[in-house]
Each structure stands twice: as structure tokens, then as C-alpha cells.
Ligand binder design. Structure first.
Ligand SMILES: Nc1ncnc2c1ncn2[C@@H]1O[C@H](COP(=O)(O)OP(=O)(O)O)[C@@H](O)[C@H]1O
Ligand SMILES: [Mg+2]
Length: 721
């Protein structure tokens, strides 16, 4: 049966289907089915883009109407900032300018025209409707999942209340009917939990078999009973049907889980892609946690340090936190006028100071500087001259001519004066903004000491800027200090040496993200602007490889950050055992992954193979080629083991700038592949890979181009009658 849920909506959006229009217009159009995949995808993007713009406009117009007579404030809900209306008296009314209203109406009109023009393409209505129905079906499944989760909570609550009551009245024993009630609730909860955990995945085939058997049993019983079943047969039939219903219910729940999970994944990717398209950091769970924590410390006026290895995203997270903090505190923009939060987010810049050995308190806070004197205002000269003359007279020095006094004041021929040149920290204090001290480990301890002094002041306290003649400032709410630090000896250094640092700062380590999150970052950077599909030229064959890439990166990151040791099978070539070691210089950090692999690959429209990009941009990089051939080789080996560079020989590597790998080593690695040692060396990352691939399988069909059809609906077993 074809679903028709969105028929009305589609017609409203795209106008009447071509068949209902004058055929002339439609005939000029190439039918949707006859277009290329790329074309088809592009059309879908266009519709999505237009309808979502329309939705946003309509929403914001509605909001304006609702918020009339109210002001509003910004609240952070999850990763988003939302406008929350607050009642105000008289002041702060937001009025929607008439021109803005007109412009909006014109744009809406334009959008509608464009949508109607698209609607003239034969076959487009049907495809779009199918797509909506698919999303609707997934959303329904998603809701089933949520409903289960809610019911589980509810049951837990009920059980704990029953327990509490029992505890109060009978000293804890739950007996009789109450006990039966609890057991019944527990059975229901366990089933729901199994459904939502996806734990039924393995059970599914057995369950389906059992279901079919029950069905057959019902048929057999029916045949045996004939037209006049006995009471016993009736009773047995009831039982069979009851079991049948229970089982079918579980299976349906499982389908809901599968599709609901997919829906959740797609929605998650969509919101990630949205952040990414706006040039923001993607709040993957591990980073989100840090952001939340960091913001809390900023609110408490506590300096927060992010320590981590190269390219793990420290600076990025710090910037993101700082911007969020500025938005929260209304710093750097006009809370009443600036309504486009994306634009505000992009525009806001916290103060940043990048560390270096030669950094001084003066660079950081500010210094007095001699500058050319601006010609003084004549009025001011007169005032000051009068004042000095009075003072001189009061002191008994009389009769000094005014011109002399003026000369004295200005300093004859003296054309300079001192001004205070604020450094980033000084500006942050003065303006009440956050400051990021990047790579704080490179900064001398006395500089950090000065920061600690300042951080002892509470919000509203006076702060004296001794560097500027004790300039009196007041500690503002929006001031906060964040810093980043590269892990290594230096970090240990500041931790141990600087007691004040240790007691005052809150430090958190930033690890590279877990494989699943890295995988999501990769996908996010790849999907196209409709945010749910990969670009048309994306080589479908490479899709599976993305999981391998995430796992290879993770393995390399663990070897680099010293979390694990790895075996080198290439060293078997020289007769040495497969030695265990780590990486010293080479890493594929999150930053490398995003900037040196995914971005250039996408930018070249996938015409250059992924393997070549990895070889050229990572393995053949300066640092590895010059300073660490060992790391170059080891990293190449890890990629080879993950299935990259398939069939490459010494010459292929050389042609891409990798000189360290010999034919003998490639052979040795190949020869090792069948051995137990090789297999055992890989178990942990093998498991990670399996996990990553599981995450991938459901997504593939939804993400690849040209696959806009409804997902094949599962055959549902009908109840025997
Ligand atoms: N969650 C994320 N979302 C988007 N990009 C990220 C994310 N994490 C890392 N990146 C990429 O890595 C870069 C961050 O690295 P960076 O903050 O410079 O690392 P570090 O300061 O730890 O050396 C970003 O510019 C981006 O390209
Ligand atoms: Mg950095």
C-alpha cells in the first residue's frame, strides 16, 4: 500500500502536479527519473533548501508576533541558542519593522514561485512525497523508541514508589498483590529495555522462526478442531494466539528500534552538518562534555586549562567556549538588535594570546608607550594654563606670564606623550571579555603569576592595572581565562613547579575523540548541503573505507600519545622480531584528518583517490620525510594493515614522496599477515573496526546519492485468523 500522508502538503508546496497543469509546460521538462543522479540529488536539495528557508521565515514571523510587548533573552539549549521571550514593562519592545515585513513577504513569494517551477518537473511530486513518507516512517519509529524510553522511566518510578510505600508501612516487605504488580512491571520494563537496547538483534531470526511455527500451530489446531472446537481446543487456541501477539509485539518493537536508531543517527548527522556548515566546532559528545564543564568554570570565574596532544581540538574548543560565554553575557553585540545568532557567533572574537618563551607581562597586559602628541585643543590649553597659574599663585609664585605657563605645560618643542597600549589580557579585563592563552606551557611562570593575582578578584571587585599607573577597573562578569597546553614534559613542568597555578586552575585533558565520534566528524565533513546525503561524485566504493580511516587514525593517535604500543611487522624484513614501539613525531590528529585528508579530498571532488591523499598529505609530510623515517614507515604499515594502499609497491610509494619503505618490508608485512602473532596484535582495533562498521551499515543506504526511494519496508507477518 502506498502511503499518502503528505499528498496535500506536497501539492501545497510544489503546486499542482504536471498532469493537472497545462501539459505544455510539463512536456518541456525532462522527467525526474530520466535525469542523472547528480541532477536528482540537486533537485531534492533545492526543495529542501527552499522549504526550510520558508519554514524559518514563517517561524520567525510568528515569533515576532508572539513576542510583541516582550523583550527576549538568549538561552542555550543543548548546542543551540534560542530566543526566550521575557516580559518587559514598556521598555524593550521589539517591533517588527514594516520594511522587514515586506521584504519577508517578498522573499516568501519568491520561494513559492521557485518551488512551483520545480513542481512542473514530471515525476518530482511522487519522489518528494516518497521521501517525506520515508522520513515520516522513520520519525514514527523514533517516537516509538522514545515512548519506550519514557515508559521505562515511568515504570522505574512506579516501582520505587511502591518500594518506598512498602518500606514505610510494612518494614520493607512487598507481598501479595503488590508483589505481583511489581513483577508485572518488571517484565514489561525488561522487554522494553531489550527492545530499545537492540539486544534483540541476535534473537531476531530465532524469533521469526518461532513466530512462523506458532502460526503453523494455529493452522494445525484449526484444522484439527474443525467447525466445532472443544473447550480445551478453544483454550489452547487462545494461548497460542496470545503467545503469537506477544512475540509479534516484540518484533515490531525491534523494527522500530532499528529504524528509529537510523532516524536518530540521521538527525544527529544533520545537526552536526549544520554546525559544520556554519564553520563551528562540532559538538561531538566528548567535546560537548568539556564545553559544558568549561562554561561552568567560566561562570564561576575560575581559570580553565585544556591540556592535550597535538591537534586534538584544544584551541577550537576554547574558542567555542569563549564565544558561547560572550553570547551568554551579551558581550560584543547588541542583545536587543542582533537577532541572527549565527552571524553574531561568527563575528564575536575573544581575546587570544599565543604563548612564547619571550612573552612578558607587558605583552600580555599592556605597556606604556611614547607616541606623537596630538595637538591639544586650545580650550583645554587655556583651562589648564589657568589652573596652573592659580596653583602657582597659591604657592606664592606670582607674576609668571600666561605664555610662559602655557609653554611650561606643553613642554616647548616636546611633541611626545605616553599612552597605554592594552595587551589582550588588559583589553579582556577592561571590556569584560574572555581571553584564551594558547599554549600556556610556553609562557614564563611570572606571567602566569600575574594572571593568578587578577583571578583572585571576584566579580564587581576593583582591579588595579599596575602596568597602567594603577588604572582602576572593575572585574566584570564576562571576563574569564581559558588556556590550552600541549601535553608533554612542559606541562608536567608547570604543574609541579607552580603551586599557585595548581591550586587555582582547573585542568582537563583533551584526548583524541573515540573512534565512533571521529567517524561522525569524517561523515559530517563529507555530506552535502542537504545535510543527509553524500555528494554525487562520492565514490560509493570508498564508503566502507571511512570506518577503516577512523580506526587507523585512532590507532596512530594512541601510539603517538603513548596510550599503547604497537608491533611493527615490517621489521621482520631485517630478521628482527616484530618489535613493539610507539610514534614520536607522526600523528593523524583530528585536525590532520579534517584539514589534510577530508577537506582536500572533497575539494578535489573525489577525483584523487583517498589513498593518494593520505600518502601525500600525511605520510610524505615534511616532518616525517625529514625527521622521522621510522614513524613514516610505521604509519604506512598501520594504513596498509587497514587495507589502504592495496597493491602498492616500492615505486608507488616513492612516486608519492615516501622514500622509506622498501620492497622487502612490504613483502615481510604481507608474509606476516597469515600468522597468529599478526592476528593477535590486532584484536583491539579489529573490534573497534567492527563497531565502526556496525554504525555504518544502516547509514549507507540513506547517505549515498541516488537513493531517495523509500527504504524497503519490512514484510510484516499478519496475524492468523
Ligand atoms: N569537533 C570538531 N569539529 C570540527 N572540527 C574539528 C573538531 N575537532 C577538531 N576539528 C578540526 O581540528 C582543528 C582543531 O585543532 P586545534 O584546535 O588547532 O587543535 P590543538 O589546539 O589541540 O592543536 C579544527 O580547526 C578542525 O579543523
Ligand atoms: Mg592549538
Amino acid at each position: 500500500m502506498k502511503e499518502r500522508v503528505f499528498r496535500g502538503y506536497v501539492k501545497e508546496t510544489l503546486g499542482p502536479a504536471p498532469a493537472e497543469r497545462t501539459l505544455e509546460a510539463a512536456e518541456k521538462r525532462v522527467a525526474f527519473d530520466e535525469r542523472s543522479d547528480e541532477d536528482q540529488a540537486e533537485l531534492m536539495y533545492q526543495i529542501e533548501g527552499l522549504t526550510s528557508e520558508r519554514r524559518d521565515f514563517v517561524r520567525s514571523m510568528k515569533k515576532e508576533e508572539e513576542s510583541e510587548g516582550t523583550g527576549w533573552t538568549l538561552k542555550r539549549v543543548g548546542t543551540r541558542l534560542v530566543r526566550v521571550p521575557v516580559p518587559t514593562e514598556g521598555k524593550g519592545r521589539t517591533t517588527y519593522a514594516a520594511e522587514a515585513k515586506e521584504a519577508t513577504a517578498a522573499r516568501l513569494d519568491d520561494i513559492q514561485k521557485q518551488l512551483n517551477a520545480l513542481g512542473e518537473i514530471p515525476g518530482l511530486h511522487e519522489t518528494y512525497e516518497q521521501k517525506l513518507n520515508k522520513m515520516y516512517f522513520l520519525a514514527k519509529a523514533h517516537r516509538a523508541y522514545e515512548a519506550n524510553a519514557f515508559r521505562i522511566q515511568e515504570i522505574n518510578q512506579q516501582i520505587s514508589e511502591i518500594r518506598e510505600r512498602a518500606h514505610l508501612s510494612r518494614g520493607g516487605a512487598i507481598v501479595g498483590a503488590t508483589r505481583a504488580q511489581v513483577e508485572k512491571l518488571e517484565v514489561e520494563r525488561d522487554r522494553l529495555m531489550r527492545v530499545n537496547d537492540g539486544a534483540m538483534k541476535q534473537e531476531r531470526p530465532a524469533m521469526e522462526e518461532k513466530l512462523n511455527k506458532l502460526k503453523a500451530d494455529v493452522e494445525t489446531l484449526k484444522a484439527a478442531a474443525g467447525k466445532k472446537p472443544t473447550e480445551r481446543q478453544k483454550e489452547e487456541m487462545r494461548k497460542l494466539l496470545h503467545s503469537y501477539d506477544e512475540l509479534r509485539y516484540e518484533l515490531e518493537g525491534f523494527s522500530a528500534y532499528e529504524s528509529g536508531g537510523l532516524f536518530r543517527r540521521i538527525e544527529q548527522l544533520r545537526s552536526y552538518a549544520d554546525e559544520f556548515a556554519k564553520g563551528r566546532m562540532i559538538e561531538i559528545p566528548s567535546m560537548k562534555e568539556l564545553v559544558e564543564e568549561g562554561l561552568d568554570h567560566m561562570r564561576n570565574h575560575q581559570p580553565f586549562l585544556l591540556a592535550g596532544h597535538l591537534g586534538s581540538g584544544k584551541t577550537e574548543i576554547a574558542r567555542h567556549m569563549a564565544k558561547m560565554f560572550m553570547i551568554e553575557n551579551g558581550v560584543g553585540y547588541d542583545k536587543a538588535k542582533d537577532t541572527d545568532m549565527d552571524e553574531v557567533y561568527n563575528r564575536l572574537e575573544p581575546e587570544v594570546y599565543s604563548g612564547g618563551e619571550e612573552a612578558s607581562v607587558y605583552d600580555l597586559i599592556g605597556k606604556l608607550k611614547l607616541v606623537g602628541k596630538a595637538s591639544m585643543d586650545p580650550k583645554e590649553i587655556k583651562q589648564r594654563t589657568d589652573k596652573l597659574a592659580e596653583e602657582l599663585e597659591a604657592a606664592g609664585i606670582k607674576g609668571v606670564p600666561r605664555e610662559k605657563i602655557a609653554e611650561l605645560l606643553l613642554g616647548k618643542g616636546d611633541v611626545t606623550e605616553t599612552v597605554f597600549n592594552y595587551g589582550p589580557f588588559g583589553r579582556a579585563l577592561r571590556d569584560g571579555k574572555p581571553i584564551i592563552i594558547d599554549e600556556v606551557n610556553l609562557i614564563p611562570p611570572e606571567v602566569i603569576g600575574r594572571i593568578n593575582d587578577v583571578m583572585l578578584r571576584g566579580v564587581g571587585d576593583p582591579v588595579h592595572l599596575q602596568e597602567n599607573g594603577e588604572e582602576a577597573l572593575v572585574m566584570k562578569k564576562g571576563f574569564a581565562v581559558l588556556s590550552t597546553c600541549n601535553l608533554g614534559e612542559k606541562y608536567e613542568g608547570i604543574k609541579d613547579v607552580n603551586a599557585a597555578f595548581k591550586s587555582r586552575w582547573v585542568a582537563r585533558e583533551v584526548d583524541y575523540p573515540p573512534v565512533g565520534e571521529t567517524y561522525d566528524l569524517i561523515l559530517t565533513a563529507l555530506v552535502r548541503k542537504d545535510r543527509t546525503r553524500l555528494p554525487p561524485n562520492f565514490p560509493a566504493a570508498e564508503f566502507e573505507k571511512l570506518a577503516d580511516l577512523a580506526v587507523a587514525a585512532r590507532e596512530i593517535q594512541e601510539l603517538f600519545s603513548g596510550q599503547t604500543e604497537g608491533q611493527r611487522f615490517m621489521s621482520l624484513a631485517t630478521g628482527v622480531r616484530a618489535e613493539k614501539s610507539q610514534l614520536q613525531k607522526g600523528v593523524v590528529s583530528t585536525r590532520d584528518l579534517m584539514r589534510k585528508i577530508i577537506a582536500p579530498w572533497k575539494q578535489k571532488d573525489f577525483k584523487v583517490p583517498l589513498d593518494d591523499i593520505i600518502a601525500k598529505n600525511i605520510l610524505a609530510s615534511e616532518i616525517l620525510a625529514r625527521e622521522s623515517k621510522d614513524d613514516q614507515k610505521f604509519m604506512a604499515e598501520i594504513f596498509l594493515r587497514r587495507g589502504f594502499f592495496h597493491g602498492w609497491d616500492e615505486d608507488t610509494f616513492r612516486s608519492l614522496g615516501i622514500q622509506s619503505i622498501t620492497k622487502r618490508e612490504i613483502d615481510a608485512l604481507q608474509a606476516a599477515q597469515g600468522t597468529d602473532e599478526y592476528k593477535n596484535a590486532d584484536t583491539r582495533f579489529g573490534k573497534l573496526l567492527q563497531g565502526a562498521k556496525d554504525r555504518v551499515s544502516g547509514l549507507k543506504a540513506s547517505l549515498l546519492v541516488g537513493n531517495i526511494d523509500l527504504q524497503k519496508r519490512r514484510k510484516t507477518v499478519t496475524r492468523p485468523t
